[in-house]
Design a protein. Structure first.
Length: 629
């Protein structure tokens, strides 16, 4: 952008060939309009270039539908504002009309629009530690800008006879370029590495190069329209338009996983050198006998001090928040270690998520426990992570997802919040064969989720261990109960069965094999083992057991077939104990009425044989023989 402290004009070329027809067409248009700028048709060419660039961004938004389109709309507005300034600038240069104030206003409006757009794009990839890194970058940028000002810009301004308004305009543009430099560097550091990001960064670098070239050329011999200096400006339009037409542009505003970096030796050295720059320049000027840049040095030193103090305060506050969250996490882990059922685990996890989230932020969470006894879980949350490959040992176990890509039922349960942190409930995530117990989903604001991502992973791991411990304890208890039941029913004429909710036999007493005439395989379907004349009998009994109390159960009669094909009637008593932690199924007692009648007759015969009359008769028979007929 060219401030109106010199009357001259400007243009800019395009570059880039991609197989996509839309991108190729845009490149051809930019090349055509760029040729028009160099041919002397700057007013019309800049208008066409600005509209084409903004149109390319609108086309990219419509075609790919990014998660957060606002940054791209701001970038389109920045291109239109810059193009409007170029049109007015060229109109002034060709003598059509003069409106330098409006041109400067358009140019200066480009800086905040572009800065906000790039910050919003970089924000999707910026994590908790990026704010500290941004402050370090600000400190270093201030030091570098101070060096450029003291040894390059200030001497040129002193030797040039520009009026105070022109010098002020030049200073405003220098501040705007500093903002673009900072946001472009932040974009490179924080955003995802893809073609769209590279093109955005290239456009920002081209704009900075063009502005620096324009400033130095103006201070030396004056700017001339149609020269080589127009090329970086045109490259800026071309790069930003092509970035929006890339399919990868949609990934720049999607949530990303947190990345943690320690302060490297190089960063520490640069930060130390930056802090030493203002006093070093002050000592140098004091040694030469005259301090020329005292106010500038004081202002820059105050800014750098504010950045350093803000970094220290921010780091200290983050450390306190982390310590408080870790304390809450330890308390939740202690409660999970004492949990005795799934309901208690769910309650502890839900309360812990509320405590880990920053106060006042809206959030939602879902804890889906996968029942491994079923062929497939009906809850989409428990099946969410199955479509993603298991993470490696050096990768995060959780994934930061866009909520709108999830199952509609999950979106409703997560209150349609923008981002979702999904963490599988596995004891050993590095083992691909580790059992999957479900998933923990936490939805909320992107940056809030990245701040607690590590803690949620620990919480999910502890919850998985608690669920596995409860499952193993239940299995051991059931095995002990089944051993006791097997011992107690070994000699019983009544057949005892335990079936799951899917009608599969989990336990069968030996009497059942005698009843059906064959061994009963475990996990066989009940209707296959007990073929009935009416299959509805089994379902009718189970429904009656579900409605009745666990103590009394439901009583019914089934019509079965003996092994030899003869019919028989059995008495059935069924109790629904699926909610009993030690049983978790239906308990069915089957009694053969014919065997019951035979047993009752045998019991009557034995009772009569022990009566006094029977004993006297037996004594007489032994002594005198049987009575005569």
């Amino acid at each position: 952008m060219k401030p109106f402290f010199v009357r001259n004009c400007t243009p800019k070329p395009a570059s880039g060939q991609v197989p996509d027809r839309l991108i190729a067409g845009y490149t051809a248009l930019m090349a055509l309009f760029g040729a028009g700028v160099f041919a002397g048709f700057g007013v019309f060419s800049w208008a066409a270039i600005g509209l084409s660039g903004a149109g390319a961004i609108v086309a990219g938004i419509s075609r790919y539908g990014p998660t957060r389109p606002l940054p791209w709309w701001m970038l389109a507005a920045a291109m239109l504002a810059m193009a409007a300034g170029d049109v007015i600038y060229d109109a002034e240069a060709t003598g059509w009309f003069s409106a330098p104030v409006i041109a400067n206003g358009c140019y200066l409006a480009t800086f905040p629009l572009l800065t906000c757009g790039l910050i919003q794009i970089a924000r999707s990839g910026a994590m908790r530690l990026d704010w500290a890194r941004t402050l370090d970058m600000l400190t270093f940028t201030c030091a570098a800008t101070l060096v450029v000002w003291v040894w390059l810009v200030a001497p040129r301004l002193a030797d040039n006879d520009l009026d105070p308004a022109a010098k002020s305009t030049l200073a405003a543009y220098a501040i705007g370029d500093l903002l673009i430099l900072l946001t472009t560097a932040r974009l490179v550091v924080a955003a995802r590495r893809n073609t769209a990001m590279i093109l955005l960064a290239a456009g920002g670098a081209a704009l900075l190069t063009a502005d620096l070239w324009y400033t130095l050329t103006t201070l030396r011999s004056g700017w001339h329209a149609g020269g080589l200096g127009e090329a970086p400006y045109l490259l800026t339009y071309a790069c930003w338009g092509m970035a929006a037409l890339q399919p990868s542009m949609v990934h720049l505003t999607e949530p990303t996983a947190a990345r943690y970096r320690q302060l490297s030796v190089l960063s520490t050295g640069l930060l130390t050198l930056s802090l030493a720059t203002p006093p070093g320049i002050l000592l140098f000027e004091a040694g030469t006998g005259q301090i020329h840049d005292g106010p500038v040095l004081a202002i820059v030193w105050m800014l750098m001090s504010a950045f350093v103090i803000t970094r220290l305060v921010t780091t200290s506050r983050q450390q306190r928040q982390t310590a408080a969250r870790e304390h809450r996490l330890r308390h939740a882990c202690d409660r999970l270690a004492a949990a005795v059922d799934t309901t208690m685990v769910t309650s502890v996890v839900c309360e812990a998520v509320k405590e880990l989230m920053p106060t006042g932020l809206v959030h939602a969470h879902v804890l889906a426990v996968h029942d491994r006894r079923l062929p497939a879980s009906p809850d989409p949350a428990a099946e969410l992570l199955r479509r993603y490959p298991p993470p490696r040992a050096d990768q995060r176990r959780s994934r930061l997802l866009n909520t709108r890509t999830l199952h509609p039922d999950l979106r409703d349960r997560l209150d349609q919040l923008p981002a979702t942190l999904a963490c599988p409930l596995t004891v050993d995530h590095a083992d691909p064969g580790a059992p999957e117990l479900g998933a923990l989903l936490v939805a909320g604001e992107h940056r809030a989720l990245t701040a607690i991502q590590d803690l949620v992973e620990v919480l999910a791991a502890q919850a998985a261990q608690a669920l596995q411990r409860i499952a193993l304890t239940d299995a051991v208890d059931r095995q002990g109960d089944e051993e006791f039941l097997r011992t107690a029913t070994r000699n019983s004429i009544d057949a005892v069965l335990i079936i799951d909710g899917d009608r599969r036999i989990r336990y069968a007493s030996p009497a059942l094999a005698n009843l059906v005439g064959t061994d009963v395989p475990i996990l066989a379907v009940l209707s296959d083992v007990l073929p009935t004349e009416n299959q509805e009998q089994i379902e009718r009994t189970l429904r009656a057991a579900h409605r009745s109390s666990q103590t009394s159960g439901a009583r019914d009669w089934w019509h079965l077939s003996r092994p030899d094909g003869s019919p028989m009637i059995v008495e059935v008593n069924c109790r629904d104990l699926r909610h009993d932690r030690t049983v978790r199924g239906y308990v069915i007692t089957v009694r053969d009425l014919a065997e019951q009648d035979a047993g009752q007759r045998e019991a009557i015969r034995r009772a009569l044989s022990r009566s006094p009359a029977a004993q006297n008769r037996d004594s007489v028979q032994r002594r005198f023989g049987p009575a005569p007929g």
